[in-house]
Structures are given as structure tokens and as C-alpha cells.
Design a protein around this ligand. Structure first.
Ligand SMILES: Nc1ncnc2c1ncn2[C@@H]1O[C@H](COP(=O)(O)OP(=O)(O)OP(=O)(O)O)[C@@H](O)[C@H]1O
Ligand SMILES: [Mg+2]
Length: 1077
């Protein structure tokens, strides 16, 4: 296999590459080609270019569509060289190194003011925030870390000529992560705030943003509380030609700052105190001091307008006179005595400005401290750290002062660090590792660093010495000293150097010295150097501030506490800065550096304008050329053999999974196996060196693919193992189940068979037993038969033997005897159990012998008849007569007339009259023909009105007579042959009609209480007399014939007051209605 760098993935991106995206590949490599390449790319909006793993960023001064979540996703976990250069790529590389390789990282962002450092640092932070872990706690940490930016920018950034949002302090932020790469918190270090800006700045520049933001965005209540007006021109420290920024809304920024303070966790009281401090600084500026000539001829200062002083004092809760005195006088210690001297107006103003600057500086430091308190990591946890350094860039102004010296010193140190790591260290490593190396000439700025920081002969040391020296000290004495000691230094220039080389240099004024920095020559004006370095505040002022009751301001000026005796002078500003820079350098050296080198394309902040001169200067002082040359001459990548082999061993069969020999041989085998050309790598003592990034990229790509393959293999093996284990388990289960099932089946089968066998056995046994039983039964039968036969035989034999002794018909005699005894028994039993003699008793003893049933039946009938005969024989002739009459009545009325059933038990007495009447009427009857049958009181119903009139009935066997009840005169006498028929209702009433033959007076309508008896006797008498049967009509409607007319009688059911007696109503001449119950 021939080595072919796998460019397939990159080719698509390379197709569209503008110029060369990694300047290590630039051909030919000259200053011009480097500049042209950057220009060409910049013009096509490709603002990022690599030199190896260093990112060059050119400020586009316009928003480009190369940021945001989509881009972040694109760069996330992508290979560094896989995509076009970007800050996201270096941020990703740094983050992954930190997370996966456990290496602390730092991102060093350097460049001139306005070149885009702060923006770059924000991009790095936002990228890391986007790709690191998520979750409520993590998001809160991220939010707090990100929100520290707007606060620090508001208080530490200002508009300068070069940059509308220039950072006026140096910032280094350590972001701390846990082992998973989730942010835990952070620490911010700040370096040298340009506090002089509070009181003074160049034309066209602004004070710190927060002053304008407070005035523009503070609520009316807040401003009222602070006693401030929403007008910048009212405050001397803010007066300038332009107070607003293009495209920046100070009011909105103020809201952002407030919101950020809230997120960070500032308490309300703290926020209020901060605004009060800001207001105090501005108000201090408005305290104007005027001179008043004294008799001594000296000027004394006084406060012209007390309003501002009063406002300041009311805000910090301080007695006005204390601050007034502190501003206008000074206590001097002379020969052990404290003497108070008044200040001149200029001194007073100086003291006021010093106080304002100091106060603002301390406020800023307190803000950083307060943010740190919120974002710091609590508790002891193992941390991985990523530092982001956004420090002021190299500054070359027309008029450079102490601040520029320290800023440029810091940049020198950073350049030194860069040289140390990328240039010097690289070359030394090659030598150490025994790699062939062509020496690259580069400028080492250590000599300049030494010029400034040398503890004895350095500029800062001499300035300190001058500040601390007793006697008359001025800036000029300091310059003279510099001239004496540094004149021989090749990077130091001043008018009065020993060689007097620059005496004729008109560009170098007497009060200036020049330092040839690595980035160019800078001329520093020594004016104010002493004061700025001393950074002292009159003790009277700090004492006055300490007396204020405002908590925050009191804490700022703790040195003003009279109980504290200051034994030691506080360290000078230069000393402090040097010390903090050295700490920073140490800190950075301990981490893996990632460089972002920012370049600004022009001095006019204009987009799409690439000014060659401006860029060329930056290229020069950033040492980009040397950087490229070193990378080109050297090898892009190096690594210790062991970790390198560990990382790539999966690419070759011999080295995978373990290499037995030494690591160097392992790597060699691996590279030969992969057909990597010899010139692409070299073997050092302890490290392998790989020349081109593409080779490394290819190795990484192959590793990625192989890892994919390995992962698949592991997955496959694991899945195979899992499936197999599962299968074996299933198989085991299946065997158990099958065994159990078979056993169950067999058991079932066995049980069935057993059952069948038992049934079969039972059948057989049954059959056998039955057979045996049958045989026995047969035997028994046979035995019985034999016995019978034997008995018969024996009987026969006996009979045969004894026949001669018996009569021939003895059996019949015996039979007859038995029968006759049974009959006897039956008859005797019957005799003893005969039923009663009552003719109505139908009971009969049960029969035990069926052959006598016929006899029994006949006997029963006979007995019944006999019983009746006996009964009949027992009754008298009169009774017989009565019964015959009853019998007669029954034939006439049974089931026809309702009153019949009640008449049955009543005997037919015939005589119903009381004795007196009876005798009287008997006499009357005796005159009548025939036998007297009945005498009774009946009613005759009047045919005209239906009314009743009582009549005595006298009925003989020949006549039917009715006599008047009172007069006893016979009124009606009817012979039996005159009666044609009788009609009556079916009801219980006693009404009846006697239908008479035609020639009489008409039918009689009568009513009797003994209707059944009367009618029976009458009917019988008529039949006896005439031998004819008269008609008895029993129905509810019948007609009655009177002399001329026939009237219908109709019976109806109705309850009437007469009870049982019918009520007759004549409805009309043809209808009687009879109302009965
Ligand atoms: N990547 C970018 N895209 C668009 N504009 C940018 C970019 N980087 C910088 N700028 C513009 O340039 C201005 C200056 O950038 P920045 O404040 O980052 O410079 P700096 O290097 O921090 O300067 P100083 O040293 O003064 O703080 C920004 O306010 C912004 O308008
Ligand atoms: Mg900045």
C-alpha cells in the first residue's frame, strides 16, 4: 500500500480555500506573500488563517455569518485541520485536550488595541459554554461566567481613538472544569486599570462606559436618589465633544449590566452602593478648587462651590468639613511633629483627582473580587483549568506615559512566552531529541524584558528606587538615572545617553526616553512617572474616606484607619504590576498554550479595508514570519513514543492489540506498515516527529475509521457474546422445559395406561368373578334343581310308598278347607268391622283377598240396601208422608228456586196459625170439602196498586180458600180443578201467581213465607184431584192475567227496607216491578 494522505474529506473544503489557509504551506515564503495571502483571504471574508496551530485573526469590523450554533455544531469534535480555520477550531482543540487528555489549557489572545482580542475571548467562552455539559447547575455556572463580561466591560472598557470598546485593563480568566469537562466556576485576575481615564483622556475619547450608562439608563428614582442629572455635560469628568457611541445604546447596556449583576448574585444593597460610588466619582470631579492669595504671598485653596461637596458627603454619609479639609490641606510630618499645610489650588485639584481615580480603581478591584466570590469553585475538587487571556495590546501613542510602559512590558513578556514555547523551546527540543535541525534566526526579546524588569538595572527598578529615595525627586532625576545606567543598552535611547548618539535627534525631547520594543520603538514621556508609580493617596484623604459611614467606601480605604500604623510603604504600581505579570507568566507556562493572534486591518475601524502598512507592522512585531519558518523547518507534531503508540497502535496488525518490543520500534513498524513516506517523520530520543499536519490528520482520520471499526467489532463481539449467552440460556431453558414436558407427557401417558390397566383388570376380574358367580349360581340352581328333583323324587318315592295310606282327593279337600277358612276369616272380619247403620255412611272395610272382590262388592251393595230398608222400616207413616212431600218438593224446586235449599231442613208442618186462630179456622175448614192440608197467613197483592192485604189460607185436598184475616170470612174459594198453573221467581221471595182457568175473575197474585211447602202441597193436591200435572213456571219474568188485562211481573235485585220481603211497584198498568234482594 502506498501512502496517500487521505485528503478526500478535506478536498471539498480545500477546493474552496482562498489563498493558503495554513501559512506553513505558503510557497514561496516571503514577507510579501504572507501579507498578500492574509489580504487575499481577508478580502474574501476569510478572517482566520493558521500557522500550524496558531490562529491569526483579522478584525473584520463587521458581522460575518460565521458564528452561532450551526457553526459551533460544525466545529464540535471536528478535526482541527478538517474545516476552514476558525476560533471555534482552536477552542474545540483546547477544550478536547483539556477534557480528554487532562491537560490544562490557556488561550492567549494578543494583538494591538482594537484588533479583536476581547471579541475573540468572548467567542472562545461562548463556544466552550455551548459544547460543554448541560444541566441546571452547569448552566448557572456558564451563565455567571459569561455574564461577568458585560459588567467588567462596563466598568473597565472605554471608547478610545483606536477602539470604541477598548479594554482599559488586562484580564485573565481561569475557567475551571470537573473531570467530565463541565464548568465548575472560575477566577478572574485583572491587571492595571487605566484609572487616569477617570479624570483625563485624549480628545475624542470617552470615560469608562459605566458613567454614561448610569446617566442614560438609570431610572429617574435612582438618579433622584443619587441626586444626579441625566446630562453628561453637567459632570466635568464626562465633558467631551462626543458622549455617545455609534451603534451603542448606553441605556440598554445599563440594563444588561444590571441584569448581569443580578445573575452573578450581587445583592440589592451592593448594587445600590456601586451606583453610589460611581456617582461619588462623578461628583468629586465637580468639586472645583480656587486659589486665594494669602498675606504670606502664597496661594491657599478653597472650595468654590460647596454643592458638589455636600452631595458627595451626603452620599457617603460624611461630615462635609472633613472632606473639605482633606481636599484643601495636608498634614506633613516634620521632625516628629505633625504640621498642617494648606494646599495650592493645583495641589487641591490634584488631590481631588487622585481621590476620584483611587476610588474608581478600588471600586473596579472590588467588583472583580465580588464576581470572583460568586463564580469561584467551592470545596476541594479536582479541577482542570482553561485560562483565557485578554490583555491590552501593544500601544504606541504620540504621547506615551507610565501606563504604556507597563502595558508594553506585559506584551514583551507575552512575546517572550511565545518565543519560549514556540521558537526557542522548539529548537531546543529538536536538539535535545537529536533531530536534524536548521537553525532559524529569530529575535529574542528577552533583552528588552530585562531592560524593563531587571531587578537592579531595569527601568521599573530604577523608578522604584527613585520613588523611595529621600530628597528631591523629580521625573528628571529619574531620567538622569536611566541615562546613566541604561545608556549602553542597545534598546534604550535618550537624549543624554553616554554615547550622546541621540543628542541631535530632534524627535526625542529631553523629558523622554525611547525603548526599542520587539514591536517597534516607543517614546515615553517621563512626566508623572513618579506619581503614577507611587500611586499614593494623601493620607488625609484616605483618613477622611475611612470616616465616612458608607460601608463600601469605608472598606475601600481601610488604610485611613488612624489605629492602623502604616509601617511599610505600599508597593509601587510598577512593582505590583511586574509581580503580577510574573505570576501570570508562571501560570501560563504551566499550561498548554493556544494562540490567537489578532490583527487589525486598518486604523480607521473600517470594514473591508486592508491597509498593508498597518498589517505589515503587526505581522512584524507579532513575529509571524519566524513562526511560520520554525513550523516549516520543523515538524508539525511530536509526541512521546508510548502515548503515540497507544494512540495509533490499532492501525497496524503487528502493534494491535499489544506491542511486545520497545515503543520506538513499534511506531516504526506502524509507520512502515502504513506506508508513510520517510521524509514525513523522524525519530527523536523520546519522541516521534511528524512533519506535516496532513500526515497527522491522516493518522487521526485512519484512527477514527479504525476506531469505528473497533467499536463495531467490540459491539459485534459483545452482541455476539450477549446473543450467545442468551441463546445458551434459552437452550438450557428449552432442554429443561422439554424434559419437564416429556416427563409430564410420560406421566400422563403412564397414568392413562395405569387407569386403563386398572379398568381392564377390573373388567377381567369382574368378568372372572361373574363367570365364577354364574358358575356358582348355575351350581346353586343345579343344586336346587337337584334338591327339587331329589325332593320331588323323594316325595314321589314317599308318595309312591305312602299312596296306599291317603285318599285320592285329599288335595282338593285340603284346598277347599283352606279356601273355606279364608272365606270364614273374611266374613268374620267383615262382621266385626261393619260400618255404621247410617244410610249416608258409605265406608266399607278394605279387602285382603282379591279372589273375593266380586263377593265383597255385592256384599257392600246388599249391606247398603239392607241399611236403607232398615231405615225405611224405622220411620212413621206421618214422617213418611212428610218425606214424600219433601221428595215431591225436591222434584219441583231443586236447582230451580233459590229458597228451596233453606226449606229442606224445615219440616212441612202444614199448620202455621196460632192455636186460637187455628181452632177458629179449623171449624171453617171442617165445612170445606176434603182433607185439611195447610193453614197459613199469606198476603194477597192488590192488582191495582200492588199493596198487600193479609189473608188466611185454608187448603184442603179439594179446595184452596182465602179468608179475611179480621172477619174470618172466606173471600176466595177455588177448587183444585180451577188452578191451571203456578208462576214464581227463581229468587228467595215468596211471591207467586195462581193461574186460574179462563172463566174466573183472573189470576191470584199472592205471597207466602212457606212458598215451597204451599206449592208442593197444592201441586200434589191438584194432581191427586184432577189426575193432571199443572205447570209450575219458575222464572224472573212472567205475566199475570187479571179480569181484562195481562200484567207483566218483572223481578229485579234491589236492597229495600223490608229486608227479605219483596216490594212490589206498579210501574204502569201493564208492569209490576218486584224488587227483591
Ligand atoms: N470577529 C469580529 N467580528 C466582527 N467585529 C469584530 C470582530 N472582532 C472585533 N470586532 C470589532 O472590533 C471592535 C474591537 O474589538 P475588541 O474590543 O475585541 O478589540 P481589543 O483587541 O480587545 O481591543 P483593546 O485592546 O482596545 O481592548 C469590536 O468592538 C468589534 O466592533
Ligand atoms: Mg479588549
Amino acid at each position: 500500500m502506498v501512502w496517500q494522505p487521505t485528503m478526500s474529506k478535506k478536498s471539498s473544503y480545500l477546493d474552496n480555500v482562498v489563498g493558503v489557509d495554513d501559512m506553513v504551506l505558503l510557497e514561496p515564503l516571503t514577507d510579501e506573500s504572507l501579507l498578500t495571502n492574509l489580504k487575499e483571504r481577508f478580502n474574501k471574508n476569510e478572517i482566520y488563517t493558521y500557522i500550524g496551530n496558531v490562529v491569526i485573526s483579522i478584525n473584520p469590523y463587521k458581522m460575518l455569518p460565521i458564528y452561532g450554533q450551526t457553526k459551533i455544531n460544525e466545529y464540535r469534535n471536528a478535526n482541527f485541520y478538517e474545516l476552514s480555520p476558525h476560533i471555534y477550531a482552536i477552542a474545540d482543540e483546547a477544550y478536547r485536550s483539556l477534557r480528554d487528555r487532562n491537560k490544562d489549557q490557556c488561550v492567549l489572545i494578543t494583538g494591538e488595541s482594537g484588533s479583536g482580542k476581547t471579541e475573540a475571548s468572548k467567542l472562545v467562552m461562548s463556544y466552550i459554554a455551548a459544547v460543554c455539559g448541560k444541566g441546571e447547575a452547569v448552566n448557572q455556572v456558564k451563565e455567571q461566567l459569561l455574564k461577568s463580561n458585560p459588567i467588567l466591560e462596563a466598568f473597565g472598557n472605554a471608547k478610545t481613538i483606536r477602539n470604541d470598546n477598548s479594554s482599559r485593563f488586562g484580564k485573565y480568566m481561569d475557567i475551571e472544569f470537573d473531570f467530565k469537562g463541565d464548568p465548575l466556576g472560575g477566577v478572574i485576575s485583572n491587571y492595571l486599570l487605566e484609572k487616569s481615564r477617570v479624570v483625563k483622556r485624549l480628545k475624542g475619547e470617552r470615560n469608562f462606559h459605566i458613567f454614561y450608562q448610569l446617566l442614560a439608563g438609570g431610572s429617574s428614582e435612582l438618579l433622584e436618589h443619587l441626586n444626579m442629572l441625566r446630562d453628561c455635560n453637567r459632570y466635568i469628568y464626562l465633558i467631551s465633544d462626543k458622549t455617545s457611541l455609534n451603534g451603542v445604546n448606553d441605556a440598554a447596556s445599563f440594563d444588561t449590566v444590571k441584569a448581569a449583576m443580578n445573575i452573578i448574585g450581587f445583592e440589592k444593597s451592593e448594587v445600590d452602593s456601586v451606583w453610589e460610588m460611581v456617582a461619588v466619582v462623578l461628583k468629586l470631579g465637580n468639586i472645583t478648587l480656587k486659589a486665594e492669595p494669602q498675606s504670606s504671598g502664597m496661594d491657599e485653596c478653597y472650595i468654590n462651590d460647596l454643592k458638589a461637596l455636600r452631595e458627595v458627603c451626603s452620599l457617603i454619609d460624611l461630615d462635609e468639613s472633613i472632606l473639605e479639609q482633606a481636599l484643601c490641606s495636608r498634614t506633613v510630618q516634620a521632625r516628629g511633629e505633625k504640621v498642617k499645610t494648606t494646599l495650592t489650588a493645583a495641589q487641591g485639584s490634584y488631590a481631588r483627582d487622585a481621590l476620584a481615580k483611587n476610588l474608581y480603581d478600588r471600586l473596579f478591584n472590588w467588583m472583580v473580587k465580588r464576581i470572583n466570590e460568586s463564580i469561584q469553585v467551592r470545596g476541594k475538587v479536582q479541577k482542570k483549568v482553561m485560562g483565557v487571556l485578554d490583555i491590552y495590546g501593544f500601544e504606541i501613542f504620540k504621547d506615551n506615559s507610565f501606563e504604556q510602559l507597563v502595558i508594553n512590558y506585559c506584551n514583551e513578556k507575552l512575546q517572550q512566552l511565545f518565543i519560549e514555547i514556540t521558537l526557542k523551546e522548539e529548537q531546543q527540543e529538536y536538539i535535545r531529541e537529536g533531530i536534524k535541525w536548521t537553525q532559524i534566526e529569530f529575535f529574542n526579546n528577552a533583552i528588552i524584558c530585562d531592560l524593563i524588569e531587571n531587578n537592579k538595572k531595569g527601568i521599573l527598578a530604577m523608578l522604584d528606587e527613585e520613588c523611595l529615595r529621600p530628597g528631591d525627586i523629580t521625573e528628571m532625576t529619574f531620567l538622569q538615572k536611566l541615562n546613566q545606567i541604561c545608556s549602553g543598552h542597545q534598546h534604550f535611547e535618550s537624549k543624554e545617553t553616554q554615547s550622546s548618539k541621540f543628542i541631535t535627534d530632534l524627535t526625542l525631547p529631553v523629558n523622554c526616553f525611547r525603548v526599542q520594543h520587539y514591536a517597534g520603538k516607543v517614546m515615553y514621556n517621563v512626566t508623572e512617572f513618579i506619581d503614577k508609580n507611587n500611586d499614593l493617596l494623601y493620607r488625609d484623604l484616605s483618613k477622611a474616606m475611612w470616616q465616612a459611614k458608607h460601608k463600601l467606601i469605608k472598606s475601600f480605604f481601610s488604610e485611613g484607619d488612624p489605629h492602623k500604623t502604616l509601617l511599610k510603604r505600599p508597593p509601587t504600581a510598577g512593582f505590583q504590576f511586574k509581580a503580577s505579570v510574573n505570576v501570570l507568566m508562571k501560570n501560563l507556562l504551566a499550561k498548554n498554550p493556544n494562540y490567537i493572534r489578532c490583527i487589525k486591518p486598518n486604523d480607521t475601524k473600517s470594514p473591508a479595508y486592508f491597509e498593508d502598512r498597518v498589517v505589515q507592522t503587526q505581522i512584524k512585531y507579532l513575529g509571524l514570519m519566524e513562526n511560520v519558518r520554525v513550523r516549516r523547518a520543523g515538524y508539525a507534531y511530536r509526541h512521546h513514543y508510548r502515548p503515540c503508540l497507544e494512540r495509533y497502535k490499532m492501525l497496524c496488525k503487528q502493534t494491535w492489540p499489544n506491542w511486545k518490543g520497545n515503543e520506538r520500534d513499534g511506531i516504526k513498524t506502524l509507520l512502515i506498515e502504513l506506508n508513510v513516506p520517510l521524509e514525513e517523520y523522524a525519530f527523536g530520543q523520546t519522541k516521534i516527529f511528524i512533519r506535516n499536519p496532513q500526515t497527522l490528520f491522516d493518522l487521526e482520520e485512519r484512527r477514527r475509521l479504525q476506531m469505528g471499526f473497533l467499536v463495531t467489532m467490540i459491539q459485534k463481539t459483545y452482541r455476539g457474546w450477549k446473543c450467545r449467552t442468551h441463546f445458551l440460556l434459552m437452550k438450557k431453558c428449552q432442554i429443561i422445559i422439554a424434559a419437564k414436558f416429556r416427563a409430564y407427557n410420560q406421566q400422563k401417558k403412564y397414568k392413562n395406561m395405569r387407569k386403563a390397566a386398572i379398568v381392564f383388570q377390573a373388567c377381567i376380574r369382574g368378568w372372572k368373578v361373574r363367570k365364577l358367580q354364574r358358575a356358582r349360581k348355575q351350581e346353586k340352581i343345579y343344586a336346587a334343581a337337584v334338591t327339587v328333583i331329589a325332593a320331588g323324587w323323594r316325595g314321589y318315592q314317599v308318595r309312591k310308598q305312602n299312596r296306599k295310606y291317603f285318599k285320592s282327593n285329599a288335595s282338593r279337600i285340603v284346598q277347599r278347607f283352606i279356601i273355606s277358612s279364608v272365606i270364614q276369616n273374611y266374613l268374620l272380619g267383615l262382621k266385626n268391622n261393619l260400618p255404621s247403620m247410617s244410610p249416608t255412611d258409605r265406608s266399607w272395610p278394605p279387602l285382603r283377598f282379591h279372589f273375593l272382590s266380586k263377593t265383597d262388592e255385592e256384599l257392600k251393595t246388599v249391606f247398603c240396601r239392607w241399611k236403607c230398608k232398615k231405615y225405611r222400616e224405622g220411620i212413621s207413616s206421618q214422617r213418611k208422608e212428610e218425606l214424600e212431600e219433601k221428595q215431591y218438593a225436591s222434584e219441583l224446586f231443586k236447582d230451580k228456586k233459590a229458597s228451596y235449599s233453606s226449606s229442606v231442613p224445615q219440616p212441612f208442618k202444614g199448620q202455621y196459625l196460632d192455636n186460637q186462630k187455628k181452632i177458629k179456622y179449623q171449624k171453617l175448614a171442617s165445612g170445606m170439602e176434603g182433607k185439611l192440608l195447610m193453614m197459613d197467613m199469606i198476603m194477597k197483592i192488590n192488582r191495582k196498586d200492588g199493596k198487600n192485604s193479609p189473608r188466611i189460607l185454608i187448603m184442603t185436598s179439594r179446595n184452596f180458600a182465602l179468608a179475611d184475616a179480621k172477619s174470618s170470612q172466606i173471600k176466595t174459594m177455588i177448587t183444585m180443578n180451577k188452578i191451571k198453573g203456578i208462576s214464581m221467581s227463581e229468587r228467595r221471595d215468596g211471591l207467586f201467581v195462581l193461574h186460574l182457568v179462563e172463566n174466573s175473575e183472573g189470576d191470584l197474585l199472592l205471597s207466602s213465607n212457606h212458598l215451597v211447602e204451599l206449592t208442593t202441597k197444592l201441586h200434589r193436591s191438584i194432581m191427586d184431584a184432577t189426575q193432571q200435572v199443572i205447570n209450575v213456571k219458575i222464572q224472573d219474568e212472567f205475566s199475570v192475567k187479571f179480569s181484562k188485562d195481562t200484567i207483566a211481573v218483572k223481578f229485579m235485585t234491589e236492597i229495600n227496607k223490608n229486608g227479605n220481603r219483596p216490594v212490589l211497584k206498579k210501574k204502569n198498568s201493564r208492569l209490576f216491578e218486584v224488587h227483591v234482594l
